[in-house]
Write a protein that binds this ligand. Structure first.
Ligand SMILES: Cc1ncc(COP(=O)(O)O)c(C=O)c1O
Length: 426
């Protein structure tokens, strides 16, 4: 029965048993951690064959010796492979170092400080620069904006992507909005996949928002499905072509959650003009990326078929962790009115909403018994969740047993906080 309909006596008796359970959990000396979206050790081990895959053959397909300097935008075969992951041609792809976050920072900082289309176009020429931040969203995107002094405007994240009515209204009325973050497939943290209509409307934003507007299309989980029926994502590039807005989108991706999170390969794509401008800027920072690692990845991942099989092995490792979390939430909380959660078909996260005003309290209760959760508020710009509801659950890194123990402790904390709140309201 929903908690709102329970009589006070019933709430009191549930509280007594929850208090006892919480105390028991506290005495176990737990040390559990469900905070960061990292691949687990079994997952990174799937790519151990990267080590040695070159077998002394350092020549790329065009004869380039990858051990030497050069190739600012990456090896041609790496551009082809990773371009195909983003659904773009090789010549519209730049392959960089190990982190897509670095490429996002580079692009944003460049547009802000120097301007993609010359100094006149630098966002920083204006007093205020704003970004739209679908929320809940990815804390490191928000951290980049905060660090660079960009004002963040949260917009609601719906089941099929950002609330586009709001997005369009905002960019129409406020020219200081220069960009927007998007994680279009298996978004961090809700796991939603943007619908075809949402992709189309985002591609059209360049027409509404002005020529300096940039969409940061962070497709970090492009191939990270948990189920075969996971929704596909429409091609933003094709939609941009239709609307003539190719200059308004930068796409990003990486192999961080395909091979090694710490030494994978990151890539981006945009229009030829944008790429040329960014490359000219990048040339001041580096003579070229780590092409040895790029070649290792190309040889290891060997085209899309092998990539699909590799991602299936990831899925088989992490799907049971997701299902453990979801089964426990269902069993313990469904129909209680104590929380809502997403059921993602891919990606790395489950997003949980407590009753309003309880996310911080749940995280605090969990922490006090040795269960670390992502700090409440982290999924919102400036760490400010207006309703104090959202908690991001990241089940990939801990062992299956630890995931189970963590989520069982988590539901006790959710129930405890919810029932205490209800009793205090009475
Ligand atoms: C949406 C999103 N983008 C980017 C990253 C980090 O990517 P990279 O390792 O390529 O810097 C993450 C990591 O969790 C992520 O969730």
């Amino acid at each position: 029965m929903p908690i709102d309909q329970l009589p006070a006596g019933e709430l009191e008796s549930q509280l007594a048993s929850l208090d006892a359970e919480y105390e028991r959990l506290g005495s176990l000396g737990l040390s559990l951690d469900l905070t960061r979206g990292k691949p687990g050790v079994e997952q990174v081990a799937l790519s151990d064959a990267l080590d040695g895959v070159l077998q002394g053959n350092y020549r790329a397909a065009d004869g380039t010796d990858v051990r030497n300097y050069g190739g600012l935008d990456g090896l041609p075969e790496a551009k082809a492979l990773f371009g195909s992951m983003l659904g773009v041609p090789a010549e519209e792809t730049l392959v960089g170092g190990n982190s897509s976050l670095t490429l996002m920072y580079l692009t944003l900082d460049f547009a802000l400080s120097e301007g993609l289309r010359g100094p006149e176009s630098a966002w920083g020429n204006e007093d205020t620069v704003k970004f739209l931040c679908p929320s809940p969203g990815y804390d490191r995107h928000f951290a980049i904006c905060e660090h660079l002094g960009i004002e963040m405007i949260p917009v609601p994240m719906l089941d099929h992507g950002p609330d586009m009515d709001q997005v369009e209204a905002l960019v129409r009325e406020d020219r200081s909005i220069k960009g927007m973050w998007c994680v279009p497939r298996f978004s961090n943290p809700t796991g939603c996949v943007y619908s075809d209509e949402t992709v189309d409307r985002i591609a059209r934003l360049g027409r509404i928002a002005g020529e300096h507007f940039l969409v940061f299309w962070d497709n970090a989980y492009a191939v990270h499905t948990l189920y075969d029926d996971a929704p596909a994502l429409a091609s933003i590039r094709h939609r941009c072509e239709e609307h003539g807005t190719e200059d308004s989108v930068f796409q990003f991706g990486s192999t961080s959650k395909i091979t090694f999170a710490g030494s994978g390969v990151a890539f981006l794509s945009s229009s030829p003009g944008n790429l040329a401008a960014l490359k000219a800027h990048l040339a001041f920072q580096t003579i070229g990326p780590d092409k040895v690692n790029q070649l290792r990845h190309v040889r290891f991942l060997q085209g899309e078929e092998h990539l699909a099989a590799h991602m299936r092995r990831h899925c088989l490792i992490i799907r049971p962790r997701f299902e453990t979390v979801l089964e426990t939430l269902d069993r313990e909380l469904a129909g209680t009115g104590m929380g809502d959660w997403t059921v993602p078909r891919g990606g790395y996260f489950i997003s949980f909403d407590t009753r309003p005003g309880l996310a911080r309290e749940v995280v605090r209760l969990a922490d006090a018994i040795g269960v670390k959760l992502t700090p409440a508020g982290a999924t919102w710009p400036y760490g400010r969740d207006p309703e104090d509801r959202n908690i991001r659950l990241a089940p990939t890194f801990p062992s299956l047993e630890d995931v189970r123990a963590t989520v069982e402790a988590f539901v006790v904390c959710v129930k405890l906080a919810s029932i205490r709140q209800r009793l205090a309201e009475n």
